[in-house]
Design a protein around this ligand. Structure first.
Ligand SMILES: *[C@@H]1O[C@H](CO)[C@@H](O)[C@H](O)[C@H]1NC(C)=O
Ligand SMILES: *[C@@H]1O[C@H](CO)[C@@H](O)[C@H](O)[C@H]1NC(C)=O
Ligand SMILES: *[C@@H]1O[C@H](CO)[C@@H](O)[C@H](O)[C@H]1NC(C)=O
Ligand SMILES: *[C@@H]1O[C@H](CO)[C@@H](O)[C@H](O)[C@H]1NC(C)=O
Ligand SMILES: *[C@@H]1O[C@H](CO)[C@@H](O)[C@H](O)[C@H]1NC(C)=O
Ligand SMILES: *[C@@H]1O[C@H](CO)[C@@H](O)[C@H](O)[C@H]1NC(C)=O
Ligand SMILES: *[C@@H]1O[C@H](CO)[C@@H](O)[C@H](O)[C@H]1NC(C)=O
Ligand SMILES: *[C@@H]1O[C@H](CO)[C@@H](O)[C@H](O)[C@H]1NC(C)=O
Ligand SMILES: CC(=O)N[C@H]1CO[C@H](CO)[C@@H](O)[C@@H]1O
Length: 557
């Protein structure tokens, strides 16, 4: 079989398989079963050479293969692009592929060949969420038609740092439009420009959001990993749905310069990867001071970033103090809570001390004013940075007007209620009334909440089911690391939203979150890594749909 035919055959059988999936979806849904999906056999061995499988490959595996010459970064880009195309029609996870990716890969291959290695991410393809700007041929739209064609003055600091570390920015991942800050009745993973993202673990799965495409891409190996952004839950929640490790860094650890904002007080950028170690590699590359985002001035030790890789210790739970906020846990014994209590036992057995770390106020009172007023200010500031603004949107009011009158934005089927209330506030974050809201958040997340519970009980972390973690950390800009914890068993009742997304079903993964004080990522990484190594939950559940193109289909042909 000629190489070309092999690739085409693989691709066409994939399309056929996908067509089969699509046509039998209705039947599948009724059965609530994932067992009868077609699985093709990937080509992993060619002429005696064994290639790592891209569904679970790690940065170390890829680096080893690149170093030994088993494959090149050009091969990697070709393979990942083929995988993206395999699931393009079904999952809509990637909104745009970087037209320069092959050239960048070739350049990095040449550098490697000449003995120049930029570090662990050298030549590794990574996707970034479509609200993180690049000054290249790609758009940065947050999924909105209003920003299609807009130009930025330079790369975002995140893009710059990835490139400096040698990573290949493979493309932009789809997202909940405006990072889920537009509508009261849209859906997770939907954007006007990118369409509806679906999750990888069940047909029509809600991918969660707003870093929806980043989660699906990392879960299915459409790139080694992806960057997401979080204001409240947008990294950890799609990471849990993708059976992933997500790191939501402390606000200020990673620069938000030229990232389409919601809130300067809560936004942060972080990695979504399949292992704690890979997430740590990526965090190491993107963390750091940026004069263009002065929140990064808060990084302790004069901006010196800890060695996150050195924090990885499989015995890291030994002697750790783990806080359990019993008074905010649900009383039910759901699948998720049973797994949570089992996790506590795993940690005890690994030598951790379990400590009650109750919150003063079980019902966190938080202020919506902070996001509303920040968005008015911060969006205007972002738009003011644009060097080309094709629809001349300068303010939230302009964007609202555009969205409500541009048919593809699906208004009013998907409303703009979030913006309507932001604008109805009548002021932005320079107003005194804003500070009252901010102080309320700081109290609810500080003394009365997460930071107070950590402080009073002298714990290294507080653990929560990921579905309950985000808001507690968001309001004080504190970090979270989520790792796979479990998944819903056969027989689970399938729950669907009014827009048809499945929110609970058999095979749905869920996560465990390690929450910490500000800038304690190294500690959280250590504990999460030790837990991951003891449990390896990720390997216990598989996506329903897996792209089949592997390096073996591409290399040498
Ligand atoms: C990756 O998946 C392959 C095939 O299922 C398996 O043989 C291998 O052990 C997995 N590797 C890791 C690191 O989980
Ligand atoms: C993905 O599929 C759509 C059709 O559904 C197509 O228009 C688009 O070009 C595909 N994406 C890429 C990157 O080719
Ligand atoms: C931080 O940066 C913003 C925008 O770049 C600026 O408006 C603000 O004054 C700066 N604050 C401080 C304390 O430097
Ligand atoms: C949850 O399970 C525990 C024992 O595993 C039991 O003592 C408790 O009553 C159960 N709670 C509920 C609400 O079912
Ligand atoms: C706890 O939160 C509730 C609900 O937001 C609020 O009404 C109450 O005042 C708070 N209590 C304390 C002690 O902060
Ligand atoms: C915030 O509101 C103040 C007072 O109305 C105004 O002067 C300022 O330009 C606004 N800033 C932004 C970024 O909208
Ligand atoms: C969403 O909300 C808007 C405004 O209330 C309404 O017109 C529209 O019908 C809603 N869409 C759906 C699908 O319910
Ligand atoms: C779910 O059911 C299928 C049969 O329909 C069985 O093969 C599979 O092992 C079950 N999975 C679990 C986790 O029980
Ligand atoms: C790269 C890619 O797959 N982009 C697709 C995202 O989804 C929309 C449809 O919802 C397609 O139009 C894009 O081509």
């Amino acid at each position: 079989m000629t190489p070309l035919r092999r690739v085409l055959l693989t691709a066409s059988s994939v399309w056929l398989a996908l067509a089969g999936v699509a046509s039998s979806l209705t039947g599948m849904r009724q059965q609530g079963s994932i067992e009868s999906y077609p699985r093709l056999t990937p080509i992993l061995t060619v002429k005696g050479e064994t290639f790592p499988s891209l569904i679970n490959v790690t940065i170390d595996d890829l680096s080893a293969g690149l170093e030994s010459g088993l494959f090149t970064s050009v091969d990697l880009v070709k393979t990942y692009v083929a995988r993206i195309m395999e699931v393009n029609d079904t999952l809509h996870a990637v909104i745009e592929i970087n037209p320069d990716a092959l050239a960048i890969a070739a350049d990095l291959d040449a550098k490697r060949a000449s003995g120049k290695n930029l570090g662990p991410l050298h030549g590794i393809p990574i996707l970034i969420k479509n609200n993180i700007a690049t000054k290249d041929k790609m758009d940065n739209t947050a999924g909105s038609w209003s920003l299609l064609g807009a130009k930025v003055p330079e790369d975002s600091m995140m893009a710059k740092k990835l490139r400096q570390a040698g990573a290949i920015i493979l493309g932009k991942s789809n997202l909940s439009q405006w990072a889920n800050y537009r509508s009261s009745n849209s859906s997770n993973g939907w954007s006007a420009h990118g369409g509806q993202v679906y999750g990888a673990y069940y047909p029509s799965m809600d991918p969660s959001g707003s870093s929806s495409g980043s989660g699906v891409s990392s879960a299915l190996g459409l790139a080694l990993a992806a960057l997401g952004t979080e204001t409240s839950g947008s990294i950890v929640s799609p990471s849990q749905n993708g059976n992933l490790v997500g790191i939501k860094p402390t606000v200020g650890l990673t620069s938000r310069y030229l990232v389409i904002p919601i809130s300067e007080h809560q936004d942060t950028v972080g990695p979504m990867a399949r292992t704690v170690k890979d997430a740590a590699y990526i965090l190491q590359a993107i963390a750091g001071y940026d004069p263009k985002d002065n929140y990064t001035k808060a990084i302790p030790h004069c901006g010196k970033i800890p060695n996150y890789l050195a924090a990885l210790d499989k015995d890291g739970l030994k002697g750790a103090r783990i806080g359990i906020p019993y008074n905010i846990l649900p009383t039910s014994n759901s699948t998720e809570m049973v797994a949570y209590y089992n996790a506590i036992e795993v940690m005890k057995a690994a030598g951790a001390t379990i400590v009650a770390a109750n919150f003063l106020n079980g019902s966190a009172s938080t202020s919506s004013i902070v996001l509303q007023a920040d968005f008015v200010s911060n969006l205007a500031s972002y738009l003011a940075e644009l060097t080309y603004n094709p629809n001349n949107v300068k303010s939230l009011a302009d964007v609202q007007k555009f969205t409500q009158s541009f048919a593809l934005e699906e208004y009013p089927n998907r409303d703009t209620a979030t913006w309507d209330s932001s604008l109805a506030l009548g002021y932005n974050n320079s107003d005194g009334r804003f500070w009252a809201g901010l102080q309320q958040n700081y109290y609810a997340g500080g003394e009365a909440g997460l930071l107070g519970a950590i402080e009073r009980n002298q714990v290294d972390t507080i653990i929560l089911p990921t579905s309950r973690a985000a808001g507690r950390a968001a309001i004080v800009g504190a970090p979270i690391v989520t790792v796979p914890l479990g998944f819903y068993p056969n027989g689970t009742t399938v729950v669907r939203t009014s827009r048809g997304l499945v929110t609970t079903a058999p095979n749905f993964p869920f996560g465990l979150s390690f929450l910490g004080g500000k800038f304690t990522e190294a500690t959280l990484i250590k504990l999460a890594y030790a837990f991951e190594q003891k449990t390896m939950v990720r390997n216990k559940v598989q996506p329903f749909l897996v792209p089949t193109t592997e390096l073996g289909d591409i290399v040498g042909f």
